[in-house]
Ligand binder design. Sequence first.
Ligand code: AMP
Ligand code: MN
Ligand code: MN
Length: 325
Amino acid sequence: MTCPDELVEFVQQTPRIVIVGHEEPDGDCIGSQLALGSALSRAGAAVTQCNPGPFERREIAPYREQFITDYGTVDARSFDGVVVVDCSSADRLGGFAPIVEHLPTAVIDHHTTGVPFGTIRCVHPSIPATTVLVYSLITALGLEITPFEARMLFFGLSTDTGFFRFLDATQWESVAVAAELMRAGASPRATHDAMYHNRSRQSRVYLARALERVDFIADGAAALTFLTAEDAIGLGSDNRDSDAIHASLLAVEGVEVLAVVRELDEKRACAVSFRATGDVDVAAIAAKLGGGGHQKAAGCRIREPLVESLRVVRSSVLEALRHGS
Ligand code: AMP
Ligand code: MN
Ligand code: MN
C-alpha cells in the first residue's frame, strides 16, 4: 500500500509537529504515536505527544509518562501542524479535539465509521492496523526502521489483529510488513508475552465474572455480558483483561456476536465493546448507538445506567441479527 505524497510532504514541511491519538488508547494507537514520533524526530522535527487517556489497558500503562494528557497545558500556537493517528472522529480526541480546528491536520487511520476531519487524510479501512500505515510513511520518508520503532509498530499490528488471528488471506501484505519489522528487531514472542502474560490473579476473577454473567440470546448467535463499577473498584480496572473475555466468549459454538457492557464509575453511563466472528458488521451496530469501529471490533458509549444500557444493547444486537447489519 502506498503512502500519499501529500502526507509525506506535510510531515517533511512541518517543523513543530504534535501527534495526537484517540481516548482510551490501545496498542495500535500508542504504537503508532511512538513509532511515528521517533521517526519524525530523527527526520528533524520537534515532536510533542498528546493523548487524553486514560491509560487503563495494562499493556500500554508503561508508556503513559511519554504523553501530555491535559489539553489545558498545551498551546496550539507552539505547533505548525497535527498528525492524528488511529482516530476516526475528532470527538474521540477528548480534550484535544480543539487542536485540530486550529492547525493543519493530517489523519492516519483505518476505521470504517466516523465523521471525517482533517486536511490530509490517509484512511484505509482494509488495512488491519494504523501501525501498518505508519510503517509505510516512515519508509516513504526514506528512513530505516529502528528496533524501537519496529517493536512499537509490531505491537500495534499484533493488538488490532488479535495476534494475527483476525486476518484473512487478502491481508497478506500486513504479514509481509510484520516480517520486515522482525528483520528490524521486533520479536513476536516478546510482544506476545508483554501483551498477554504476567496477568494478575485478580484478572482471572474479572474474567470469571464476565463468563458467569453471560446471557446467550438470539438462539445462541449472540453473547451478552457485563462488568459493574464495583468490579472495577474491587478488582482494579487495570486488571480487566478484555481480550481474554472476548476470546473466551467468541469461542462458544454458534456465537457470532459478543457485546460486553461495562458500567462506568459514575454509574450513569456504560462503555460497550462489540466483537464479531463471521459476517455481522458490529461497526454498524455501534455506529447506530453513536460509536463506531471496524466490522469485527467496535464500541460505543451509552449515557444510561447499566440496566437500561443492557436493554438497549440487547435490542440492537437482536435487530442486527434479524435484519443483517
Ligand atoms: P474496544 O472494544 O474498546 O477495544 O474498541 C473496539 C474498536 O471500536 C476500536 O477500534 C475502537 O476504535 C472502536 N471504538 C470503541 N469505542 C468507540 C466509540 N465510543 N466511538 C467510536 N469508536 C469506538
Ligand atoms: Mn485504537
Ligand atoms: Mn487501530
